[in-house]
Ligand binder design. Structure first.
Ligand SMILES: *[C@@H]1O[C@H](CO)[C@@H](O)[C@H](O)[C@H]1NC(C)=O
Ligand SMILES: *[C@@H]1O[C@H](CO)[C@@H](O)[C@H](O)[C@H]1NC(C)=O
Ligand SMILES: *[C@@H]1O[C@H](CO)[C@@H](O)[C@H](O)[C@H]1NC(C)=O
Ligand SMILES: *[C@@H]1O[C@H](CO)[C@@H](O)[C@H](O)[C@H]1NC(C)=O
Ligand SMILES: *[C@@H]1O[C@H](CO)[C@@H](O)[C@H](O)[C@H]1NC(C)=O
Ligand SMILES: *[C@@H]1O[C@H](CO)[C@@H](O)[C@H](O)[C@H]1NC(C)=O
Ligand SMILES: *[C@@H]1O[C@H](CO)[C@@H](O)[C@H](O)[C@H]1NC(C)=O
Ligand SMILES: *[C@@H]1O[C@H](CO)[C@@H](O)[C@H](O)[C@H]1NC(C)=O
Ligand SMILES: [Zn+2]
Length: 892
C-alpha cells in the first residue's frame, strides 16, 4: 500500500509562521526553489436460514476461535461472479450479490472447512462437491463466526488428504461507502451523481467481497466475472472479453489481498510499450482535461527500469492505474490494476504544483515496484510487512529518478524517510522492524504494522544495505531471490540468504554475514549515535534516545549495539568504509562521517571538530549536520545553542535540502514557543537569515508577480501559501468563498490545497464549524476527515479546538475511520505535537484512560509515543527556554 494521506509540509509550517507576513515567503521560496531545481433485478435477495450465527461465548481453543487458518486445506482456483448495484434498493441500501466456487486440496484430513467471510449474508445453502472418486461428506451445519470472520462448515465425515473439493456459495453484501472490501465511491459530474463500485482488499478485506482463504500465503488462481450496466466499464487484475457480463481471464497464482475489481463509467488514455498495454483511468472530466497524461508518460520508463533492476519481465500483459474519488490509503498495488487516491495520480499542468508532481511520480514508482516485490514474490505473513513496504519505499526513489532524472529525487529520501523516522525511532516506545508471526494476528494488529517504522525505517536500512554491499551485489541477490521464489511466498531471511550468495559470488569482504549485520537493525528497535573524538581518534556508539532518562520498553538480545558501516571523508576525500563492530573503536583523523546519510545512525563529534565543520560545511552534508545537531541537542547530548549555530550559515544558503532540514527543526521551536516571548525574537532572526535568499530569488524568478488575494492566476507552486494567507487574514466571507470554490473544484490537488487553506482561519468559530464538517461525509469525504483535523491542529489557534474535538468525538471517529491504517497514528501525533505542559500531559493520560474501552486501533502505539514525547518536551522547555531566548536576542 502507498503511504496514507499526505500532509503538505508547506501548510503545516505556514500555519505557524503566519504571524509575520514576510516569513511566509520562506516557504514559498523553498517551494519555488524546488521548481528551479526541477528544471535541472432479480433484485430481491433472501437470506438462507441454513446458516446460523455463533453465539458469543468465551474464546476457546477451537480452530474458529483462532485468528490464523489451519493448514488442512489449500485453495487452488476460485470462480467468483459479482454483481454490484449502482442504484440503491427500495430501502436505500446499496448491495452486491455474488456466487463463488473455490476448489481446494485437502492437505490433512479434517471434518471442518474454515473459510473467511465477513459481513456477507449467505442467500443459499452452500454446497460441497468432491472432484475425486470418493463422494463428498455431507454438510452437518454452517456457523458464521463474526469476531474471527469465519464461515465454519461442519461435515458429517472427513475430507480425504490429497483429494480436491469444490465449495459453492451464494451471498449478498452491502456496497457501503466504508473504503474497505468491495465498496462504493461517489462523485458529481456535470450535476449528475455517479457511483463507482471498487475494492481495497489489503490487508484483510477480500473476505468482505466473497468467502475466501484470506491469507497472503494462500495463493490461488482467480476467475472473476462482473455483471454491470453496458454503459459502464468493468476492470480487474487481468484482461477481459467484453459486454455486460465481463468475464476476465484467469489470473496468475496470487494472493487474495492483491485482487481488485471495479465498475465505473470512467474514461481512460492508453499507450503500448513493447506489447504491454498501459492505461490510466479516471473520472471522464479529469481524463478529458488531460490530468492522466503525466502518469501515462512516466509509467512506461519506470516499468522498464524495474524490469532491468529486477532482471524479470513485467509478469502481466497489461498495467492499469485508476484514480478514485474515495480512497483511504495513498495507493494500492493490486496486481495489474493499481488504485490511487486522485491526488496521487492526477496532475494538472496549470494548477498542480511541483510538489504534487513529485508525489505522483514517487507513488507510481512505489506501486510499480510492488508488482514484482510483493506481488510476484509475497511475504508469507504480515509480520514481515516491513520488508515489502520498506523495499518499495526505498526503490520508489530509484524508479522516480529514472522518470525525472534532473530532480535529484534520490536525495529526498533523507528528508522524507530517514529524518522522519528518526524522530519516532528515538523513542523508548518505538518497536523493532520485525515482529514475531504470533504477535500479529487480529485485523487491527495487522493494520498497526502499516506504520512509519515499516515504511521509512525499512527503506532506510535497505538503502544502507544496498550501499554497503554495493548496488551491483544487492541487485544480483535480489534478482536470484525473485527468480527463485516467483509465484511463491517467503520470509525476510530468504532475501538475506540470496544477498549472501551474491556477496560470496563476488568475493565481497564483509566483516560479518548479511544476516549477522542485519539482525541488529531488524530485531532491535532504535539506532545508534556514533561519537567521534578527533582529538583521541576514539569512536563509540550509544543507543540514541530522545529523552535520555527513559529506558527502552523492551530488552534487546544485542544490548542495543549495532554493526555500523561508517562512510567518512578526510580533507574532502572519501575514505574506505569503516566498520564499528563493538561499542568502541579507533581511527585517526576523522572529519566528517555518514556521507549522504546512507547509514541509519546519527553522528556526534568533539567540540573542535564541530567548530571546524561549522566553519566549512561540505555542501552535501549540510542538511544532515543541521538535523543531527538539533536532535543531539534535543537529547541533551550537545548544547542547544550549538545546534542553533548550524543555522547561522543559512544566510548564504541557496540549496533546498539544508533549508528544509532547518525549517523542519525550527518548526519544533515554533511549536514549543509560539505561545511565549521567544517567538518574537525568533521571527526576527529567521527573517534576517532569509533576506539574502529572498534577494537571490527575486533575481532568479518572477515569483513576486504573484498577485495578492484569490484570483485565477496564482502560480501553481504558490497557491497553498497564498490561499492560506488569504484565509488567515480574512473572515467569514473569505472562508465561505473558499468553501464554495472547494465544492466546485474538479481538480483533486486544487481541492486539497483549498481544504488545507481553510484550516488557516484565525476565527475560532470558523475552525469549530470546519471541524464539525469532518463528521459529515457529504461535506468532507471520509478519506479526508483525519487529515483535515490535523491541518486544523497545526494552526496555533486551531490546536486546542482540534484536541477538544477529537476528545469529544473519539467514539464516532474511531468507529467510522478506525480501519484506516495510517490515519490514526497521524491523527494522534498531529493533534498532540505541540504538547509541552504538565496540564496537557495530564489531559493526554486522561484521554487514554477514558477511552480504553473503545480502543485506539492502529493508533495505540501512537498514544504511548505522544505521552513520551510530551514528557520530553516538558523537560526540554524547562532546561532550554532561557538559553534559547538569550540566543535569539543575540545570535552568534
Ligand atoms: C471457472 O470458470 C472458468 C472460466 O469460465 C471455467 O473454465 C471453469 O470450468 C470454472 N471452474 C469451476 C470450478 O467452476
Ligand atoms: C445481512 O443480514 C443482516 C441481519 O439480518 C441485515 O441486517 C443486513 O442488512 C443484511 N445485509 C445485506 C447486505 O442484505
Ligand atoms: C537479465 O539479464 C540478462 C543478462 O544480462 C539479460 O540478457 C536479460 O535480457 C535480462 N532479462 C531481463 C528481463 O531484464
Ligand atoms: C514455494 O517455496 C517453498 C520453499 O520455500 C517450496 O517448498 C515450494 O515447493 C514452493 N512452491 C512452489 C509452487 O514453487
Ligand atoms: C572470487 O574468488 C575465486 C577464487 O579466488 C575466483 O576464482 C573468482 O574469479 C572470484 N570472483 C570474482 C567475482 O572476483
Ligand atoms: C587537503 O587537500 C589539499 C589538496 O589536496 C591540500 O592542499 C591540503 O594541504 C590538504 N589539507 C590537509 C589539512 O591535509
Ligand atoms: C553522495 O551523493 C552524491 C550525489 O547524489 C554522489 O555523487 C556521491 O557519489 C555520493 N557519495 C557517496 C560517498 O556515496
Ligand atoms: C459554484 O458552482 C455553482 C453552481 O454551478 C455556481 O452558482 C457558483 O457561482 C460556483 N461558485 C464559485 C465560487 O465558482
Ligand atoms: Zn507499498
Amino acid at each position: 500500500m502507498g503511504k496514507g494521506f499526505y500532509i503538505s509540509k508547506t501548510v503545516g509550517v505556514v500555519g505557524i509562521v503566519l504571524g509575520a507576513g514576510a516569513l511566509v515567503t520562506i516557504i514559498a521560496l523553498s517551494v519555488v526553489y524546488s521548481q528551479e531545481k526541477s528544471k535541472n433485478n432479480e433484485n430481491e435477495v433472501k437470506p438462507t436460514d441454513a446458516v446460523t450465527s455463533a453465539p458469543t461465548t468465551a474464546p476457546s481453543n477451537e480452530p474458529w476461535d483462532q485468528w490464523r487458518l489451519p493448514q488442512t486445506l489449500s485453495p487452488q482456483t476460485y470462480n467468483v461472479t459479482l454483481w454490484p448495484r449502482l442504484e440503491p434498493d427500495p430501502t436505500g441500501l446499496y448491495i452486491f450479490t455474488g456466487m463463488s466456487s473455490v476448489v481446494f486440496r485437502c492437505v490433512e484430513k479434517t471434518n471442518l472447512i474454515l473459510i473467511h467471510s465477513n459481513k456477507l449474508n449467505m442467500t443459499k445453502q452452500p454446497t460441497l462437491m468432491a472432484l475425486g472418486s470418493k463422494p463428498a461428506p455431507i454438510i452437518e451445519s454452517i456457523v458464521m463466526h463474526t469476531k474471527t470472520q469465519y464461515m465454519a462448515i461442519h461435515l458429517k465425515d472427513e475430507l480425504t488428504a490429497g483429494e480436491s473439493y469444490e465449495l459453492y456459495t451464494e451471498f449478498v453484501g452491502e456496497l457501503a461507502d466504508d473504503l474497505g472490501g468491495f465498496y462504493r465511491s461517489e462523485y458529481n459530474e456535470n450535476g449528475v451523481k455517479k457511483v463507482v463500485a471498487t475494492t481495497q482488499m489489503q490487508a484483510t478485506d477480500a473476505r468482505k467481497a466473497f468467502p475466501c482463504f484470506d491469507e497472503p500465503a494462500m495463493k490461488a488462481v482467480f476467475h472473476i466475472t462482473l455483471y454491470h450496466d453496458p454503459a459502464t466499464v468493468a476492470l480487474s487484475n487481468v484482461d477481459s472479453t467484453l459486454v455486460t457480463r465481463t468475464t476476465f481471464a484467469a489470473t496468475e497464482v496470487m494472493s487474495t489481498y492483491l485482487l481488485a475489481f471495479i465498475v465505473s463509467d470512467f474514461g481512460f488514455i492508453e499507450q503500448n510499450i513493447d506489447k504491454l498495454q498501459i492505461r490510466i483511468f479516471a473520472r471522464q472530466e479529469a481524463i478529458n482535461a488531460g490530468q492522466g497524461e503525466y502518469a501515462l508518460i512516466v509509467t512506461g520508463p519506470i516499468l522498464k527500469f524495474f524490469e532491468r533492476y529486477y532482471n524479470v519481465s513485467y509478469p502481466l500483459p497489461k498495467s492499469d492505474q485508476i484514480a478514485l474519488p474515495d480512497f483511504n490509503a495513498g495507493a494500492m498495488e493490486n496486481w495489474g490494476l493499481i488504485t490511487y487516491r486522485e491526488t496521487a495520480l492526477l496532475y494538472d499542468k496549470e494548477i498542480s504544483s511541483n510538489g504534487n508532481k513529485e508525489r505522483i511520480v514517487t507513488v507510481i514508482a512505489h506501486e510499480l515496484a510492488h508488482q514484482w516485490f510483493g506481488n510476484l514474490v509475497t511475504l508469507r505473513w504480515w509480520n514481515d510487512l516491513w520488508l515489502n513496504e520498506g523495499f518499495a519505499s526505498y526503490v520508489e526513489y530509484l524508479g522516480a529518478a529514472e522518470a525525472e532524472p534532473d530532480w535529484n529525487v534520490k536525495d529526498l529520501i533523507v528528508l522524507n524517510d530517514v529524518h522522519r523516522v528518526f524522530a519516532i525511532d528515538a523513542l523508548a516506545s518505538s518497536h523493532p522492524l520485525s515482529s514475531k508471526e504470533e504477535e500479529i494476528q487480529k485485523p487491527e494488529q495487522i493494520s498497526e504494522v502499516f506504520d512509519t517504522i515499516s515504511y521509512s525505517k525499512g527503506a532506510s536500512v535497505l538503502r544502507m544495505l544496498s550501499d554497503f554491499l554495493t548496488e551491483a551485489v544487492f541487485t544480483q541477490g535480489l534478482q536470484t531471490y525473485l527468480n527463485y521464489f516467483e509465484f511463491n511466498n517467503t520470509v525476510y531471511t530468504d532475501l538475506w540468504h540470496h544477498l549472501q550468495l551474491a556477496v560470496d559470488r563476488n568475493n565481497n569482504s564483509l566483516p560479518k554475514t548479511v544476516q549477522e549485520i542485519m539482525d541488529r537493525w531488524v530485531l532491535q528497535m532504535g539506532f545508534p549515535v556514533v561519537t567521534i573524538d578527533t582529538t583521541t581518534g576514539q569512536i563509540t556508539q550509544e543507543h540514541f534516545l530522545l529523552d535520555p532518562e527513559t529506558k527502552p520498553d523492551r530488552p534487546s538480545e544485542f544490548n542495543y549495539e549495532w554493526f555500523v558501516p561508517i562512510s567518512w571523508t578526510k580533507n574532502e576525500t572519501t575514505q574506505p568504509l569503516y566498520w564499528l563492530l563493538n561499542k568502541n573503536g579507533d581511527a585517526d583523523e576523522w572529519v566528517l562521517a555518514n556521507i549522504n546519510v546512507t547509514g541509519y545512525y546519527r553522528v556526534n563529534y568533539d567540540n573542535d571538530n564541530w567548530q571546524r565543520l561549522l566553519n566549512s560545511i561540505p555542501v552535501i552534508n549540510r542538511a544532515q549536520l543541521i538535523d543531527d545537531a538539533f536532535n543531539l541537542a534535543k537529547a541533551g547530548i550537545i548544547e542547544t545553542t550549538l545546534a542553533l549555530r548550524t543555522t547561522l550559515f543559512l544566510n548564504s544558503e541557496t540549496e533546498y535540502m539544508p533549508w528544509e532540514a532547518a525549517l523542519d527543526n525550527l518548526d519544533y521551536f515554533y511549536l514549543m514557543f509560539d505561545r511565549t516571548e521567544v517567538y518574537g525574537h525568533m521571527q526576527k532572526y529567521v527573517g534576517r537569515q532569509v533576506k539574502d535568499l529572498f534577494d537571490y530569488f527575486t533575481r532568479l524568478t518572477n515569483w513576486q508577480d504573484v498577485p495578492q488575494g484569490h484570483t485565477d492566476h496564482i502560480k501553481a507552486n504558490l497557491r497553498s501559501t497564498v490561499y492560506c494567507s488569504a484565509i488567515a487574514a480574512g473572515g467569514e466571507e473569505e472562508w465561505n468563498f473558499a468553501w464554495e470554490q472547494f465544492q466546485n473544484a474538479t481538480i483533486a490537488s486544487e481541492k486539497d490545497k483549498l481544504r488545507a487553506a481553510m484550516a488557516c482561519a484565525t476565527e475560532p468559530w470558523l475552525l469549530n464549524r470546519y471541524l464539525k464538517y469532518t463528521l459529515d461525509p457529504e461535506k468532507i469525504r471520509k478519506q479526508d476527515a483525519t487529515s483535515t483535523i490535523i491541518n486544523i491542529a497545526s494552526n496555533v489557534v486551531g490546536q486546542p479546538l482540534a484536541w477538544d474535538f477529537v476528545r469529544a468525538n473519539w467514539e464516532y471517529i474511531f468507529k467510522q475511520y478506525g480501519g484506516g491504517s495510517f490515519s490514526f497514528s497521524n491523527l494522534i501525533n498531529g493533534v498532540t505535537k505541540r504538547f509541552s505542559t504538565q496540564f496537557e500531559l495530564q489531559q493526554l493520560i486522561q484521554f487514554k484512560d477514558d477511552n480504553a474501552h473503545i480502543g485506539f486501533g492502529s493508533g495505540s502505539l501512537a498514544i504511548q509515543q505522544s505521552i513520551e514525547r510530551t514528557n520530553a518536551n516538558i523537560k526540554w522547555i524547562e532546561k532550554n527556554q532561557k538559553a534559547v531566548l538569550d540566543w535569539f536576542k543575540n545570535p552568534s
